[in-house]
Ligand binder design. Structure first.
Ligand SMILES: [Cu+2]
Length: 141
């Protein structure tokens, strides 16, 4: 009974999200890390076909303790990771999260993640929408 109700709730939520959201994630992946690693990084392309900017204000994942949005910037010749509070995707545009630029940084994976496995991220937008993104674990390209 409880499980059935939960399944119904999840189905309703995902239907709602699909009908309401305009942001799309493509080619989402997580770089495989050594077994002892406490941090992992994820990359994807976010595409916004809508007519107004989409702003990602929060990211979480059941596979990790914490998900942060970072941008790698070179300051005085030294690459540094800068924390970002939000990420705006312009109307009709896209933003690529890639090594050396914007990326997700995740702490404390719940379990060892190896190439071929999948994890889910939930992106919350400024207007209250949320989208679910499936990301594949891959070895360093
Ligand atoms: Cu980082």
């Amino acid at each position: 009974m409880t499980r059935f109700f939960l399944a119904m709730m999840l189905a309703a939520c995902s239907l709602f999200a699909t009908a309401d959201t305009s942001l799309q994630a493509e080619n989402a992946w997580v770089r495989e890390a050594p077994p002892t690693a406490r941090m992992m990084a994820a990359y994807m392309t976010l595409r916004n076909p809508g007519s107004s900017a989409a702003v990602v204000v929060g990211i979480e994942s059941p596979a990790f303790d914490h998900v942060m949005l970072h941008k790698t910037e070179v300051v005085d010749g030294v690459a540094r990771m800068m924390h970002q509070d939000e990420l705006a995707i312009p109307a009709g545009g896209s933003v690529e999260l890639k090594p050396g630029g914007f990326h997700l940084m995740m702490s404390a994976p719940e379990k060892r993640l190896t190439a071929g496995q999948r994890v889910e991220f939930i992106l919350t937008l400024a207007d209250g929408e949320s989208i679910r993104v499936q990301a594949e674990i891959r070895k360093k390209p």
